[in-house]
Design a protein around this ligand. Structure first.
Ligand code: KG4
Ligand code: ZN
Length: 340
């Protein structure tokens, strides 16, 4: 029987109905881009309030699209970690309420593990064992994955996530929100060598990342060293494109080089990549190139399953198969610490 999956960890309200074999019967996503674009970043309180308004209609839409009734469902799954506290709370409370009202068992999924599971969902054979790279708005992490639920955290960002850096650079250049797609579009017409931005920790033997120095370097390239005021700066489209291209090259160099090294060190044959930044065309191109050159297989989540969605919550099926259910005293785990 199918399951209902609910995702509300950040600023997308999403639900899906997934068949027991993993196929998607119906899904729905309500994005909040227009609510946050005036702030050029996700405002947690605004996100939580919007989830409250949207969650029931989104669940209803997913169920209708799947042509099932609540009676047909086997379980209700929800992403309970990591994420924004207020956002997580809305999904978890909705899942608990429906679990009681419909008398269905409750299952939790880790949102980051689900981002990686999107790769397994799109692959015909097993992707394990492999190295997993999650690149999202809140996280940049490497894992050694022996199975969908057997993930060992190897390292992650010690400051900003890759997606956060894309969003901040877009804000500095007064581009659209979310920043990733906007920066990527401009970068395609820019010179990747126009600026030699820092590739922090690229040669560090640990699997950690750092993108805050890169953000600062871009800021100084725009306003001048030590300056803060963007209001007096007016840049031509080509100058903006060169900044975006050079910034994107720095992020991608670090991500590809550290992921490639982890694959070699752990002697696995495969790299899987998920999260919003994995939708980036240049990153996808350079990862594919690295895989071809270094003789490993690459599985990148399909672009529509890179950014937040409830389909990747199909990971819950793996937990159900093991009999791992949650109880009604389930609480959220925002997971602000590293190592998640
Ligand atoms: O996984 P996601 O939807 O949400 C989190 O779990 O954080 O990732 C959102 C992030 C945002 O920072 C957004 O700018 C970035 O993914 N992103 C991209 C692209 N599309 C989305 N970054 C670079 N290039 C893209 N094409
Ligand atoms: Zn995400």
């Amino acid at each position: 029987m199918p399951i209902l999956t609910i995702e509300s960890t950040c600023d997308e309200t999403a639900a899906a109905v997934i068949a027991a074999n993993g196929s998607v019967l119906g899904d729905a996503i309500a994005t909040q881009e227009t609510l946050h674009e005036q702030f050029r970043g996700v405002v947690p309180e605004v996100a939580a309030r919007a989830h409250v308004e949207r969650i029931l209609p989104v669940i209803d839409t997913a169920i209708r699209r799947a042509s099932v009734t609540p009676n047909d469902l086997d379980a209700i799954a929800v992403a309970d970690r990591p994420g924004l506290a207020g956002s997580l709370l809305v999904g978890v409370v909705a899942a608990k309420t429906l679990s009681v009202a419909w008398n269905k068992p409750l299952v939790t999924v880790n949102h980051l593990h689900a981002h990686l599971y999107a790769c397994q969902l799109s692959s015909e054979s097993t992707v394990y064992p492999c190295i997993g790279l999650v690149v999202s708005g809140g996280h940049t992490s490497l894992y050694l994955c022996h199975g969908p639920l057997e993930l060992k955290y190897l390292g992650g960002t010690i400051d900003d996530a890759a997606g956060e850096a894309f969003d901040k650079v877009a804000a500095m250049l007064q581009l659209d929100f979310p920043g990733g797609p906007a920066v990527s579009k401009l970068a395609a017409t820019g010179n990747r060598k126009a600026h030699s931005f820092p590739r922090s920790l690229i040669h560090d033997p640990k699997d950690d990342f750092s993108f805050s120095g890169l953000k600062t370097a871009v800021r100084y390239a725009i306003v001048g060293p030590g300056q803060q005021d963007f209001s007096k700066v007016s840049l031509s489209p080509q100058v903006k494109a060169d900044l975006c291209a050079s910034f994107e090259a720095a992020v991608v160099d670090v991500l590809v080089s550290k992921a490639e090294r982890a694959v070699k060190r752990h002697q696995v044959k495969r790299l899987i990549v998920g999260g919003g930044v994995a939708a980036n065309r240049y990153l996808r191109e350079m990862l594919t190139k690295s895989a071809n050159t270094n003789d490993y297989q690459i599985v990148i989540a399909p672009p529509e399953w890179c950014t937040d969605n409830a389909v990747m919550g199909a990971l819950a099926l793996e937990k159900i198969a093991r009999g791992e259910f949650a109880s009604l005293d389930l609480d959220i785990t925002p997971g602000l610490q590293r190592g998640f």
